[in-house]
Design a protein around this ligand. Structure first.
Ligand SMILES: Nc1ncnc2c1ncn2[C@@H]1O[C@H](COP(=O)(O)OP(=O)(O)OP(=O)(O)O)[C@@H](O)[C@H]1O
Ligand SMILES: [Mg+2]
Length: 251
């Protein structure tokens, strides 16, 4: 993400960022500080302002930034570099002022099928994952909504996602047997999560419900109906799975 944000910042007028991945082999006479072997190289390429040769060594230093105060901490590349080094890879930056920059993340390639050898993920062992629920998800923040929906689908559920409480209540009133669970964000512009649940239950009195919230809203959330579960942000897929199970069981 940092590499792509850097590429974006280098092209204030806009442009195309190319992200690619390929298998490459490093040999001993390679100029890069790498052991001989197989690597996966992830490249992020922009046609932005570029980095001058004097600065090219400095950009990896912690806190080195050319961005305004509040725009950059200068920690991005040093973290990417540290991460690449720890895995036995490296970070290679090639840049020309006025032409653009190519940043390559070299990571050692795994041999064999690592995915199959590893332990089975918790998600597939989770009891909730076994019963597929139809879930109505309400969150006014599109990105958060997308992430939560993806997690719910990973757990084996199906979702209908909407951005406002009003839309959610409308969908529920049109088909009262359509959903097994309502998952709603708490802090939303018009209707709060608690209000949405109360309206929803005018149509579907026994609808299990779960509120997702940050610590900031803990006091208000205590007003929710007593059987409504609470899931604190940020949460893992495992937290979500448990909260979904709890909400369905308590109703
Ligand atoms: N793709 C790029 N094109 C031009 N300059 C770049 C590019 N990537 C990094 N730089 C230069 O390197 C500096 C350091 O980058 P780094 O990602 O470490 O920090 P930052 O982007 O300034 O802040 P942060 O990543 O912490 O928000 C940037 O301020 C910028 O001057
Ligand atoms: Mg950065």
């Amino acid at each position: 993400m940092n590499l792509i944000i850097n590429a974006r910042d280098a092209m204030p007028e806009g442009g195309t960022i190319v992200v690619s991945a390929e298998n490459r082999t490093a040999s001993d006479d390679d100029p890069l500080p790498l052991h001989e072997g197989d690597y996966v190289v992830i490249s992020v390429i922009d046609r932005g302002c570029g980095i001058s040769p004097e600065l090219l060594d400095k950009v990896l230093e912690p806190f080195f930034t050319t961005k305004e105060v509040g725009k950059g901490t200068g920690l991005g590349l040093s973290m990417v570099y540290g991460f690449a080094k720890q895995t036995g890879g490296t970070l290679n930056i090639e840049s020309k002022v006025g032409v653009g920059t190519c940043t390559e993340l070299w990571l050692p390639r795994a041999t064999g099928n690592a995915a199959r050898k590893g332990p089975r993920s918790n998600v597939s062992q989770d009891p909730v994952a076994q019963r597929s629920l139809r879930i109505l998800l309400i969150d006014d923040h599109a990105e958060v909504r997308g992430t939560t929906a993806a997690m719910l689908r990973d757990l084996g559920h199906s979702t209908v996602d909407v951005g406002t409480g009003a839309e959610g209540v409308e969908i529920l009133s049109a088909d009262e047997r359509k959903f097994d669970l309502l998952v709603t964000d708490y802090a939303m512009p018009r209707l709060s999560g608690t209000e949405v649940i109360k309206l929803a239950r005018q149509h579907v009195t026994d609808l299990p419900a779960l509120i997702v919230t940050g610590y900031a809203d803990m006091d208000e959330v205590s007003e929710r109906p007593s059987d409504v579960g609470l899931l604190l942000k940020p949460f893992t897929v495992h937290d979500l799975s448990r909260a979904v199970q709890g909400a369905v069981e308590s109703r």
